[in-house]
Design a protein around this ligand. Structure first.
Ligand SMILES: [Fe+2]
Ligand SMILES: [Fe+2]
Length: 318
């Protein structure tokens, strides 16, 4: 194919996206589109899977059977999200093994929020309320993104995330209506998760490298700063219902903007965690590598069984 042909194909491709048509795995796509989607969808898949770790930690210690069942279902949902998203990434021509390799070697990133520890039961509430809440705001727009398999996976994922957010809020509401000690536990949890949740929307617009191209491909509909503001405006009234305070002395309603003004985010902390120096980075990656290594015999057994079955079929055919 000469340069002119490629230019034509690119033009047709961009027009299809502009018309809101879905791009499917076998359609022609620019290499940059393919690579950007592999990076973004696999990063999303890794976040779902690593995100199971802080909460999985609390399944055996949930305070009641009802809470245990709900948490178990939530963590299982996250595994499902990871699996849809790994499958969607594979349609772009990369194998599951390569994707895991990238996670285990540190080449691929996942949401840095999961490098913070979940140290009390209230953290199960804060993670659901804030982390799943922030994830929904980031993800709703992806239901109409241009790459078909990603957009379709996101429809179901968003529905489940909204259930997760409500179960988290309900955990905190129960604690906030409980004893002084329980309420203090909820407040402490909000103190620790608030700022990392705001960091989930990524660096400020001025420093965000992929925004412009991602907007064009509908991988992004709003900028990081706009999404962060939307999250804050949505979440503060919920904190008021809970009766706990967001740990930001500069937080103030701005009547003119009809939005909350808020304090400076510690971006130095964000970059430290992204670079691997957060409180749990090593622990999370080691847990994933350990799971991969301990699962070798399961994968081998499944492959051996599949081979045996296909041999049987072959023998019958002969
Ligand atoms: Fe999820
Ligand atoms: Fe979730």
């Amino acid at each position: 194919m000469n340069e002119k042909d490629i230019k034509n194909l690119e033009e047709i491709f961009e027009q299809r996206i502009a018309r809101d048509e879905k791009i499917e795995p076998k359609d022609w796509m620019p290499e940059k589109y393919r690579q950007t989607h592999i990076r973004q969808i696999s990063q999303h898949a890794h976040s779902e899977i690593v995100g199971m770790l802080p909460e999985g930690n609390w399944i055996t210690r949930a305070p009641t059977l009802r809470r245990k069942v709900a948490l178990l279902a939530k963590v299982q949902d996250e595994a499902g999200h990871g699996l849809y998203l790994y499958s969607a990434t594979e349609t772009l021509g990369i194998t599951r093994e390569e994707l895991y390799e990238q996670l285990h070697s540190g080449k691929a990133k996942y949401s840095s929020i999961f490098n913070y520890p979940a140290i009390t039961w209230a953290d199960m509430g804060a993670i659901g309320w804030l982390v799943d809440g922030a994830a929904i705001i980031n993800q709703v727009a992806l239901c109409t993104t241009s790459f078909g398999p990603y957009a379709r996976a996101m429809v179901r994922i968003c529905k489940e995330e909204s259930f997760h957010q409500r179960q988290g809020f309900e955990i905190l509401l129960t604690l906030c209506n409980g004893t002084e000690v329980q309420k203090a536990m909820a407040q402490d949890s909000l103190n620790r998760w608030w700022w990392p949740s705001l960091m989930m929307f990524g660096p400020p617009d001025a420093e965000s490298t992929h925004t412009e191209q991602s907007m064009k491909w509908k991988l992004k509909r709003k900028s990081n700063d706009d999404l962060r503001q939307q999250f804050i405006d949505q979440t503060i009234p919920q904190a008021e219902i809970l009766g706990i305070k967001v740990p930001d002395p500069d937080l103030k309603w701005n009547e003119k903007r009809k939005s909350y003004d808020f304090g400076e985010i510690d971006w130095e902390e964000f970059w430290q965690v992204v670079k691997g120096h957060g409180p749990c980075n090593k622990e999370r990656i080691n847990a994933r590598i350990d799971a991969w290594e301990k699962g070798v015999w399961v994968r081998d057994a499944a492959l051996a069984y599949a081979e045996k079955q296909s041999d049987k079929k072959l023998n019958k055919a002969v």
